[in-house]
Design a protein around this ligand. Sequence first.
Ligand SMILES: Nc1ncnc2c1ncn2[C@@H]1O[C@H](COP(=O)(O)OP(=O)(O)OP(=O)(O)O)[C@@H](O)[C@H]1O
Ligand SMILES: [Mg+2]
Length: 122
Amino acid sequence: MPTINWKLPEMVSAAYAPLFTSDKRYIVYKGSRGSGKSEAAARKAILDIVTKPYVNWLILRRYANTNRQSTFTLIQKVATQLGVSGLFQFNSSLPEITYKPTGQKILFRGADKPLSITSLSD
Ligand SMILES: Nc1ncnc2c1ncn2[C@@H]1O[C@H](COP(=O)(O)OP(=O)(O)OP(=O)(O)O)[C@@H](O)[C@H]1O
Ligand SMILES: [Mg+2]
């Protein structure tokens, strides 16, 4: 297995680096269009899954059916950039992403279907 040399706080926009170092329960990002919010959050998701075997991610958008062409695609792109896409199984029809070594999941849901985020388990 190749060594992965990620310097993620330096790899995302400086304003969003605290996402990787903060131990706060809630972190809210604000910023103008194209300031790097989504990119930073996607990198955090990949880093969490690969480094913390107890973590799964639930990604919410306002409308569930917009995930496939935004959040799902972005996570896939970032995993490829970080050189770990081969460790993941990408199911675009659900959509859902599974980390193959452990079965950890990145799930995608919408706030338009609140019941779809109750009782999630892995
Ligand atoms: N650290 C970075 N290095 C290089 N390019 C970056 C970095 N962060 C973001 N980008 C690029 O900047 C563009 C906008 O980033 P991103 O989509 O994350 O912004 P955003 O804040 O989520 O925007 P929006 O408010 O429109 O959702 C993308 O093309 C992305 O690839
Ligand atoms: Mg965004």
